[in-house]
Write a protein of this length. Sequence first.
Length: 91
Amino acid sequence: MEARLSDYQQKMKLLFDKKAKDKPQQPRDLVLRWDVRQEDKGKHGKFDPLWFGPFRIVEGRGKNTFLLEKLDGELLELQVNGKFLKFYFHN
């Protein structure tokens, strides 16, 4: 039973990796992170910010996962999926 489960998980990972696109973000880029907890309607006000940051990318892990740090150098504990990031542009 466990062998069938691991085979299924490997097939699902291959399908996901096939669709996953490499993100253009590179280490040292500044990005904003999407606030997933306030994403649903009614969990935020009209003018509440839904993006946090800026953060600096420390390194990419895998095709679409990134390790971030605050601008003061403090590392974030969790890795972030690239679909929850967008470039931060400043003057």
